[in-house]
Design a binder for this molecule. Structure first.
Ligand code: SF4
Length: 428
């Protein structure tokens, strides 16, 4: 590997563009994207500040179910990058992306009862990884017309990936078309071999002052592969790269988390236990409805009592890990509210988020704490419709529809859903 040659190419690409399209560097904090960003950074350092006109966005996606050890490390690195970019007048801007609330892992699994993902039904990658980044890329393109996405993919990573890179590469050209219109992909380190990569990271100091030896130690301790920025479904399965989500049930065992525990991170044990529970009971018929969510034939979502059980196990795991890691949150408040809203919307009144929370934490929260004001109108409505329970049912359903669309930031389709429900009511 010739570092100066790669840096020269990067500089050439950076400077020789009539229309200085912004660069979007997919950054996961792992070895490949660290090397990529270091090379870009060190290339730009060679030119005077006034020539650094093109913006470089460092995009890091947090699925909200990242391996806690890794996300903590990545966050520290991102802070360093932000500070160093300012101090060194680099045109580098860190952008953090997360899934929308309605796409969150727990809202889908506990709220809607989606079974834990597996190879046949890997509903998570699009929602947790592809969509948030794609949205950022699309927004950037809509502002400036075009964008170039820099990826740390390498041909020796996997044969599938290698084939895909070759298929999309136009001979003699550095950029290849991305599936998004007006987006191009540039992969400056695709020929770098794994040994060369580690040699580079161990020898060349991080320009933002991170400790690459720590990164190396993380890989050794987790006995792990990388989880690259996932922008399309040709990216190798994040389920096979163990710097992925701690909840991942696509792989048989989470070897990286087990290795981290063996190397002294015992506080992660409740996470492995919960992941194993999700994996072991995924296909248990006693856990699943007999019909799908849309009413069609076929094994359906988790039963409400099992969703409640998973929520309880998750909160217990959170409580336990908080004894060692007090700031770690496994599920956030908005997700809890969204779960409660979905349970109401689906007419599951036997379990409440507040009761489960109180059971685990010994608190005295009420349903009020996990609802928005619309739910209270239900009580008044019930009284007003005392003599016509069907009216109550219909108005209540319409309210729930409207509310869920609001809370889940999905107003699109609301009118259609309301009309459908009214039509059904008229027919019945
Ligand atoms: S790491 Fe696993 S859980 Fe996370 S998005 Fe990928 S396949 Fe899904």
């Amino acid at each position: 590997m010739n570092v100066s040659k790669i840096q020269d190419e990067i500089l050439d690409q950076y400077l020789n563009d009539e229309n200085p399209r912004p660069w979007i560097v997919g950054f996961s904090g792992g070895k490949d994207s660290t090397m990529l960003l270091q090379l870009v950074w060190n290339s730009l350092k060679q030119i005077p500040t006034e020539l650094r006109q093109r913006k470089v966005y460092v995009v890091c996606n947090n699925t909200l179910v990242e391996n806690p050890k890794i996300i903590k490390y990545t966050e520290e690195v991102l802070h360093r990058i932000e500070k160093a970019a300012f101090d060194q007048s680099m045109p580098v801007f860190v952008e953090r992306t997360t899934p929308k609330l309605e796409d969150s892992f727990w809202v889908n699994l506990i709220g809607k009862g989606y079974p834990a993902p597996n190879n046949a039904f890997r509903w998570c990658t699009e929602r947790l990884k592809i969509s948030p980044t794609t949205e950022f890329i699309k927004n950037t393109i809509s502002e400036v017309g075009e964008a170039i996405i820099l990826l740390g993919t390498r041909t020796d990573e996997s044969s599938t990936r290698s084939k895909s890179i070759k298929k999309h590469t136009v001979k003699g050209e550095r950029l290849r078309k991305h599936i998004l219109s007006n987006a191009y992909v540039y992969a400056p380190i695709q020929e770098v071999k794994i040994g060369e990569l580690w040699q580079y990271l161990n020898q060349v100091p991080s320009p933002w002052g991170a400790n690459n030896k720590m990164l190396n130690a993380l890989y050794r301790n987790a006995n792990s592969g990388d989880c690259p920025l996932v922008i399309d479904d040709t990216t190798p399965s994040c389920g096979n790269s163990r710097f992925g989500c701690w909840v991942c049930t696509v792989v048989k065992r989470d070897k990286s988390m087990e290795a981290l525990i063996e190397n002294g991170e015992e506080w992660m044990e409740p996470l492995v236990e919960l992941r194993d529970l999700l994996k072991d009971y995924r296909n248990n018929p006693e856990w699943r409805e007999e019909r799908r969510r849309d009413g069609s034939d076929g094994i359906g979502p988790y039963k409400i009592e099992k969703r409640a059980l998973i929520l309880e196990s998750l909160l217990k795991a959170q409580k336990e890990v908080n004894e060692q890691e007090p700031d770690l949150s496994l599920i956030n408040y908005q997700e809890l509210v969204a779960i409660q809203v979905i349970w109401y919307r689906d007419n599951h009144f036997t379990h409440s988020v507040a009761d489960i929370y109180n059971k685990v934490y010994g608190t005295h929260l009420t349903d009020h704490d996990f609802k928005d004001h619309l739910i209270y109108e239900k009580e008044l409505l019930k009284e007003a419709c005392d003599e016509n329970p069907d009216d109550f049912k219909l108005i209540n359903e319409l309210l729930e529809l409207q509310k869920s669309k609001t809370i889940l930031v999905k107003a699109r389709g609301l009118q259609h859903d309301l009309e459908n429900r009214l039509e059904q009511f008229v027919k019945s």
